[in-house]
Ligand binder design. Sequence first.
Ligand code: ZN
Length: 102
Amino acid sequence: MDPVNLPALTRYDFSRVRNMWEPLVLEVVAGLIQRWEMCDCQDCVLDVTALALSSLPAKYWVLDKYDVLTTPDSFLTDANNKRLAEESVLRALRLVEKNPHH
Ligand SMILES: [Zn+2]
């Protein structure tokens, strides 16, 4: 079942609800792939991304709108958030490397 296709929800664009950590996590993953520091197969890349995002506190914003407390830009350029994203990706990578699905 795809909840987005429930009759009461079909007129809303839920793709505008975005995980704020995702751009930071994907930037770290891209760097690891480019430097040949992780397996670049689809299974490993998606597993590392999902694990890393799951270990970070939930944080979402609606695309094209500003969060009341934090604008996406200040969140994405915050050095501490970048460090947290990097740590979560490296932790996830160690787990996936121990038990790869490829
Ligand atoms: Zn792999």
